[in-house]
Design a protein around this ligand. Structure first.
Ligand SMILES: [Zn+2]
Length: 295
Protein backbone atom coordinates (compact mmCIF):
# COMPACT_ATOMS: atom_id res chain seq x y z
CA UNK A 1 0.00 0.00 0.00
CA UNK A 2 2.83 2.43 0.83
CA UNK A 3 5.55 2.68 -1.82
CA UNK A 4 8.88 4.38 -1.20
CA UNK A 5 10.19 6.22 -4.25
CA UNK A 6 13.88 7.12 -4.34
CA UNK A 7 14.14 10.35 -6.31
CA UNK A 8 17.89 9.97 -6.65
CA UNK A 9 18.64 13.53 -5.60
CA UNK A 10 21.88 14.84 -7.18
CA UNK A 11 22.42 11.33 -8.52
CA UNK A 12 22.67 9.97 -4.98
CA UNK A 13 20.48 7.06 -3.93
CA UNK A 14 18.75 6.84 -0.54
CA UNK A 15 19.04 10.60 0.14
CA UNK A 16 15.49 11.86 -0.48
CA UNK A 17 12.31 9.80 -0.63
CA UNK A 18 8.74 10.47 -1.65
CA UNK A 19 5.90 8.14 -0.69
CA UNK A 20 3.00 6.95 -2.78
CA UNK A 21 -0.10 5.58 -1.08
CA UNK A 22 -2.80 3.83 -3.06
CA UNK A 23 -6.33 4.27 -1.74
CA UNK A 24 -9.26 2.41 -3.27
CA UNK A 25 -9.97 5.44 -5.43
CA UNK A 26 -7.19 7.96 -5.68
CA UNK A 27 -3.47 8.27 -5.20
CA UNK A 28 -1.79 10.12 -2.37
CA UNK A 29 1.74 11.47 -2.56
CA UNK A 30 3.67 12.49 0.54
CA UNK A 31 6.56 14.89 -0.20
CA UNK A 32 7.57 15.94 -3.71
CA UNK A 33 11.29 16.62 -3.49
CA UNK A 34 12.57 19.63 -5.47
CA UNK A 35 11.42 20.32 -9.03
CA UNK A 36 14.86 19.25 -10.34
CA UNK A 37 13.92 15.60 -9.73
CA UNK A 38 10.36 15.74 -11.06
CA UNK A 39 11.27 13.46 -13.96
CA UNK A 40 12.87 10.91 -11.62
CA UNK A 41 9.70 10.94 -9.55
CA UNK A 42 7.58 10.61 -12.69
CA UNK A 43 9.60 7.57 -13.70
CA UNK A 44 9.33 6.07 -10.19
CA UNK A 45 5.56 6.48 -10.25
CA UNK A 46 5.34 5.01 -13.76
CA UNK A 47 7.38 2.02 -12.59
CA UNK A 48 4.71 1.38 -9.95
CA UNK A 49 2.11 1.57 -12.73
CA UNK A 50 0.65 5.06 -12.50
CA UNK A 51 0.60 8.32 -14.40
CA UNK A 52 2.03 11.20 -12.32
CA UNK A 53 -0.70 13.51 -13.64
CA UNK A 54 -3.32 11.38 -11.90
CA UNK A 55 -2.01 12.42 -8.47
CA UNK A 56 -4.50 14.90 -7.01
CA UNK A 57 -3.58 14.79 -3.31
CA UNK A 58 -0.11 15.86 -2.25
CA UNK A 59 0.82 16.14 1.44
CA UNK A 60 4.00 17.99 2.31
CA UNK A 61 5.62 17.87 5.76
CA UNK A 62 7.00 21.39 5.43
CA UNK A 63 8.02 23.91 2.83
CA UNK A 64 11.80 23.38 2.80
CA UNK A 65 12.78 22.91 -0.82
CA UNK A 66 14.04 19.34 -0.51
CA UNK A 67 10.54 18.37 0.68
CA UNK A 68 8.17 20.46 -1.40
CA UNK A 69 10.14 22.53 -3.91
CA UNK A 70 8.45 20.58 -6.70
CA UNK A 71 4.89 20.84 -5.31
CA UNK A 72 3.95 23.51 -7.86
CA UNK A 73 4.31 20.99 -10.68
CA UNK A 74 1.66 18.80 -9.08
CA UNK A 75 -0.58 21.84 -8.55
CA UNK A 76 -0.24 22.58 -12.26
CA UNK A 77 -1.53 19.05 -12.85
CA UNK A 78 -4.56 19.98 -10.74
CA UNK A 79 -3.45 18.50 -7.41
CA UNK A 80 -4.33 19.87 -4.01
CA UNK A 81 -1.30 20.52 -1.79
CA UNK A 82 -1.93 19.97 1.94
CA UNK A 83 0.31 22.01 4.22
CA UNK A 84 0.60 23.61 7.68
CA UNK A 85 -1.27 26.95 8.00
CA UNK A 86 2.08 28.75 8.51
CA UNK A 87 3.55 27.18 5.38
CA UNK A 88 0.61 27.93 3.11
CA UNK A 89 1.59 31.48 2.18
CA UNK A 90 5.08 30.33 1.13
CA UNK A 91 3.62 27.95 -1.43
CA UNK A 92 1.31 30.63 -2.83
CA UNK A 93 4.12 33.19 -2.96
CA UNK A 94 7.55 31.58 -2.55
CA UNK A 95 9.55 34.83 -2.86
CA UNK A 96 10.43 35.05 0.88
CA UNK A 97 11.30 31.37 0.94
CA UNK A 98 13.56 31.75 -2.10
CA UNK A 99 15.19 34.79 -0.50
CA UNK A 100 16.02 33.01 2.76
CA UNK A 101 17.09 29.77 1.02
CA UNK A 102 19.43 31.82 -1.20
CA UNK A 103 21.23 33.00 1.93
CA UNK A 104 21.97 29.39 2.87
CA UNK A 105 22.63 27.85 -0.56
CA UNK A 106 24.02 30.91 -2.39
CA UNK A 107 25.15 30.08 -5.96
CA UNK A 108 24.01 26.47 -5.57
CA UNK A 109 20.31 27.45 -5.42
CA UNK A 110 19.43 26.65 -9.01
CA UNK A 111 21.53 23.51 -9.23
CA UNK A 112 19.91 22.10 -6.09
CA UNK A 113 16.31 23.24 -6.34
CA UNK A 114 15.65 24.36 -9.91
CA UNK A 115 12.56 26.35 -10.72
CA UNK A 116 10.13 27.35 -7.95
CA UNK A 117 6.78 28.72 -9.07
CA UNK A 118 3.77 30.20 -7.30
CA UNK A 119 0.91 27.84 -6.53
CA UNK A 120 -2.65 29.06 -6.99
CA UNK A 121 -4.51 29.62 -3.73
CA UNK A 122 -7.26 27.17 -4.70
CA UNK A 123 -4.67 24.39 -4.99
CA UNK A 124 -3.41 24.81 -1.44
CA UNK A 125 -5.20 23.56 1.66
CA UNK A 126 -3.99 24.38 5.14
CA UNK A 127 -4.43 21.65 7.72
CA UNK A 128 -4.89 22.08 11.47
CA UNK A 129 -3.37 19.91 14.19
CA UNK A 130 -5.22 16.56 14.42
CA UNK A 131 -7.29 17.34 11.33
CA UNK A 132 -8.11 14.24 9.32
CA UNK A 133 -8.23 14.23 5.53
CA UNK A 134 -10.07 11.40 3.87
CA UNK A 135 -8.93 10.27 0.42
CA UNK A 136 -10.89 7.22 -0.72
CA UNK A 137 -10.53 4.67 2.08
CA UNK A 138 -7.39 6.27 3.50
CA UNK A 139 -7.39 8.73 6.38
CA UNK A 140 -4.39 11.03 6.68
CA UNK A 141 -4.10 12.72 10.07
CA UNK A 142 -2.06 15.85 10.67
CA UNK A 143 0.31 16.07 13.62
CA UNK A 144 1.69 19.55 14.01
CA UNK A 145 5.27 18.90 15.01
CA UNK A 146 7.32 22.10 15.34
CA UNK A 147 11.01 22.14 16.21
CA UNK A 148 12.84 21.68 12.91
CA UNK A 149 10.50 24.29 11.47
CA UNK A 150 7.47 25.88 13.12
CA UNK A 151 5.27 24.88 10.18
CA UNK A 152 6.13 21.19 10.26
CA UNK A 153 3.53 18.43 9.97
CA UNK A 154 4.09 14.72 10.46
CA UNK A 155 1.36 12.81 8.59
CA UNK A 156 -0.16 9.76 10.21
CA UNK A 157 -1.76 6.98 8.19
CA UNK A 158 -2.88 4.01 10.29
CA UNK A 159 0.13 3.01 12.39
CA UNK A 160 2.61 4.74 10.10
CA UNK A 161 3.96 8.25 10.55
CA UNK A 162 5.64 10.20 7.77
CA UNK A 163 8.05 12.28 9.77
CA UNK A 164 9.57 14.72 7.27
CA UNK A 165 12.54 16.14 9.20
CA UNK A 166 11.18 15.97 12.75
CA UNK A 167 12.57 12.47 13.38
CA UNK A 168 15.86 13.26 11.64
CA UNK A 169 17.66 11.28 8.97
CA UNK A 170 18.60 7.64 9.17
CA UNK A 171 20.00 6.03 6.07
CA UNK A 172 20.25 2.24 5.94
CA UNK A 173 21.94 0.98 9.11
CA UNK A 174 23.47 4.38 9.89
CA UNK A 175 22.81 6.55 12.96
CA UNK A 176 19.96 9.03 13.41
CA UNK A 177 21.11 12.57 12.59
CA UNK A 178 19.14 15.78 12.98
CA UNK A 179 19.10 18.67 10.50
CA UNK A 180 18.95 22.08 12.15
CA UNK A 181 18.81 24.71 9.40
CA UNK A 182 17.92 28.35 10.18
CA UNK A 183 15.72 30.16 10.94
CA UNK A 184 13.17 28.33 13.12
CA UNK A 185 14.97 25.60 15.08
CA UNK A 186 13.49 25.27 18.55
CA UNK A 187 14.94 22.41 20.57
CA UNK A 188 12.29 22.42 23.34
CA UNK A 189 9.42 22.27 20.84
CA UNK A 190 11.31 19.66 18.84
CA UNK A 191 11.66 17.36 21.87
CA UNK A 192 7.93 17.79 22.59
CA UNK A 193 7.11 16.87 18.99
CA UNK A 194 9.23 13.72 19.29
CA UNK A 195 7.34 12.82 22.49
CA UNK A 196 4.05 13.35 20.68
CA UNK A 197 5.10 10.99 17.89
CA UNK A 198 6.24 8.39 20.41
CA UNK A 199 2.89 8.56 22.23
CA UNK A 200 1.06 7.81 18.98
CA UNK A 201 2.78 4.45 19.19
CA UNK A 202 3.48 4.06 15.47
CA UNK A 203 4.82 0.80 14.07
CA UNK A 204 6.84 2.46 11.33
CA UNK A 205 8.39 5.86 10.79
CA UNK A 206 8.73 6.81 7.13
CA UNK A 207 11.67 9.18 6.85
CA UNK A 208 12.11 11.52 3.91
CA UNK A 209 15.86 10.94 4.50
CA UNK A 210 15.47 7.94 4.02
CA UNK A 211 12.87 5.19 3.98
CA UNK A 212 11.56 3.04 6.79
CA UNK A 213 12.58 2.97 10.43
CA UNK A 214 10.92 0.23 12.44
CA UNK A 215 12.59 0.45 15.85
CA UNK A 216 10.51 3.47 16.67
CA UNK A 217 11.29 3.97 20.36
CA UNK A 218 15.05 3.61 20.02
CA UNK A 219 14.98 5.77 16.88
CA UNK A 220 13.25 8.59 18.75
CA UNK A 221 15.48 8.25 21.80
CA UNK A 222 18.59 8.35 19.62
CA UNK A 223 17.26 11.42 17.83
CA UNK A 224 16.64 13.24 21.12
CA UNK A 225 20.08 12.36 22.40
CA UNK A 226 21.86 13.53 19.24
CA UNK A 227 19.82 16.70 18.99
CA UNK A 228 20.82 17.61 22.52
CA UNK A 229 24.49 16.81 21.97
CA UNK A 230 24.66 18.88 18.75
CA UNK A 231 22.90 21.72 20.46
CA UNK A 232 25.32 21.65 23.41
CA UNK A 233 28.33 21.37 21.13
CA UNK A 234 27.31 24.61 19.41
CA UNK A 235 26.74 26.31 22.77
CA UNK A 236 30.14 25.25 24.02
CA UNK A 237 31.91 26.41 20.86
CA UNK A 238 29.85 29.48 20.06
CA UNK A 239 32.40 31.88 21.56
CA UNK A 240 34.20 31.44 18.25
CA UNK A 241 32.75 34.27 16.17
CA UNK A 242 34.36 33.07 12.98
CA UNK A 243 31.49 31.14 11.44
CA UNK A 244 33.67 29.50 8.80
CA UNK A 245 36.05 28.16 11.40
CA UNK A 246 33.18 27.02 13.57
CA UNK A 247 31.55 25.26 10.62
CA UNK A 248 34.78 23.49 9.78
CA UNK A 249 35.16 22.36 13.38
CA UNK A 250 31.55 21.15 13.48
CA UNK A 251 32.07 19.21 10.23
CA UNK A 252 35.10 17.55 11.82
CA UNK A 253 33.05 16.72 14.91
CA UNK A 254 30.25 15.13 12.83
CA UNK A 255 32.57 13.22 10.51
CA UNK A 256 34.64 11.92 13.44
CA UNK A 257 31.40 10.65 14.98
CA UNK A 258 30.31 8.99 11.71
CA UNK A 259 33.68 7.37 11.10
CA UNK A 260 34.91 6.44 14.57
CA UNK A 261 31.76 5.97 16.60
CA UNK A 262 29.05 5.01 14.10
CA UNK A 263 31.69 3.34 11.91
CA UNK A 264 29.85 3.79 8.64
CA UNK A 265 31.32 3.64 5.14
CA UNK A 266 32.42 6.67 3.14
CA UNK A 267 29.65 6.00 0.66
CA UNK A 268 27.03 6.13 3.40
CA UNK A 269 28.59 9.32 4.81
CA UNK A 270 28.26 10.86 1.36
CA UNK A 271 24.58 9.89 1.26
CA UNK A 272 24.02 11.56 4.64
CA UNK A 273 25.80 14.70 3.47
CA UNK A 274 23.70 14.86 0.30
CA UNK A 275 20.50 14.41 2.29
CA UNK A 276 21.42 16.86 5.06
CA UNK A 277 24.70 18.76 4.82
CA UNK A 278 25.76 19.32 8.47
CA UNK A 279 26.99 22.88 7.77
CA UNK A 280 23.39 24.12 7.79
CA UNK A 281 22.99 23.11 11.39
CA UNK A 282 25.70 25.48 12.59
CA UNK A 283 23.84 28.67 11.65
CA UNK A 284 20.50 27.11 12.63
CA UNK A 285 21.69 26.22 16.14
CA UNK A 286 23.57 29.50 16.60
CA UNK A 287 20.34 31.29 15.83
CA UNK A 288 18.46 29.09 18.29
CA UNK A 289 20.90 30.02 21.10
CA UNK A 290 20.82 33.68 20.12
CA UNK A 291 17.05 33.80 20.45
CA UNK A 292 17.14 31.88 23.69
CA UNK A 293 19.74 34.17 25.22
CA UNK A 294 17.68 37.22 24.32
CA UNK A 295 14.60 35.88 26.07
ZN1 LIG B 1 13.59 20.68 6.45
Amino acid sequence: MIKIIDINFLGTSSAIACFLIESDQELILIETGPSTVYNNLKKGIEDIGYDIKKIKHVFVTHIHLDHSGGAWRFAENGAKIYVHPNGMQHLIDPSKLIHSASKIYKDKMNMLWGEIKNIKKENVQSVEHREKIKVGNIIVESLHTPGHANHHIAWKVDQNIFTGDVAGAKIKSGPVLPACPPPEVDIEKWIQSLELIKKENPKVLYLTHFGKSTNVVSHIDEMKKRLKSWCLWIKKNSSNNNIEELTEKFNEYVSAFLKDEAKISNKLIEQYYTANPPYMSVSGLLRYWDKKNKN
